[in-house]
Design a protein around this ligand. Sequence first.
Ligand code: FEO
Length: 195
Amino acid sequence: MPDYTTGYGQDGPQLGAGYNRPGDRPAMTRTVLKGINQQISAELSASYAYLAMSAWCESQNFTGSAKWLRIQSREEHTHAMKLFDFVLARGGTVELMAIEKPARTFKSIVEVFEAALKQEQEVGRQIDQLYELAFKEKVFAAMAELQWFITEQVEEEKSAREIVAKFRMLKDDPASLLDLDRELGARQPEAGAAA
Ligand code: FEO
């Protein structure tokens, strides 16, 4: 059980002044704050990776897929900002971390979406772990915030899985690949998120 009252030490992001006085229910704990900060970077890292995928697709003339991935990159950025704003609203410190260089080349269009699916599954696992942590530490506001992400992950994993299945079905038939690419290009950004 963390010490909610004093002594968070000097390492890592700090809670705001006035937090968790003796007798208060925990508004945020240092471990949850650290986890949310890690998740902000994970979402930004996903955004970055999608942008690299989009660039590769564009270079291979899969312009519909490139558009789909660019919109997805923006969505991931929105996810990061949602957590960013949540940390600030709770008086915590945002600590951004280093982002790894994403893959730049792919063997095929199906490999791009396989990588996207893998990434979504990994983000899904991270969100689940973070939710579990918030539950264990009784940080209810964080649980409520993360609930949105759990629902969103179900949708995102489903979309990526469906696209992978479609590309696998088509194999290398150029006309069908172009049709699917066109279909992906019809994606519109969600309200409030610019493409
Ligand atoms: Fe923000 Fe696709 O997870």
